[in-house]
Design a protein around this ligand. Structure first.
Ligand SMILES: [Ca+2]
Length: 121
């Protein structure tokens, strides 16, 4: 997996989503929308995103990719998320990958045990 850094940082422990450990989690505040952005460090071509949701899952979310952390292209979206593990086949190239939750599945926030961004590039 390619990760250079992740936002949000210490306040909501975004790093816990990309530490490869399924027992540490990132959790957002209890509001819509919320997001987590991963900086891949350089432009990468990605083909798979694997999200492991904690109990606080997203009913609706998007996976987006960007060259500059400003202009985003949506490479996956759903409005019928049911938590658990989502293994997504995607196609995209960029340096930044964002998971944006737009509708929570519970009264809590959005929470991921782990987020893997995989590809060849
Ligand atoms: Ca983790």
């Amino acid at each position: 997996m390619f990760v250079s850094s992740v936002e949000p940082d210490s306040s909501h422990v975004g790093a816990n989503a990309v530490d490869g450990n399924n027992q540490t989690r990132w959790g957002s505040v209890h509001a819509d929308p919320q997001w987590i952005t991963v900086d891949l460090g350089e432009t990468r071509t990605i083909d798979r995103v694997r999200l492991s949701w904690e109990a606080a899952f997203a009913r609706a979310y998007k996976v987006q990719i960007s060259p500059d952390n400003a202009t985003w292209s949506t490479i996956y979206s759903t409005e019928t998320g049911d938590g658990g593990v989502d293994e997504l086949l995607v196609a995209g190239s960029g340096r930044y990958v964002r998971v944006e939750g737009t509708q929570r599945g519970t009264q809590w926030g959005y929470s991921l045990w782990d987020l893997q961004i995989l590809g060849e590039g």
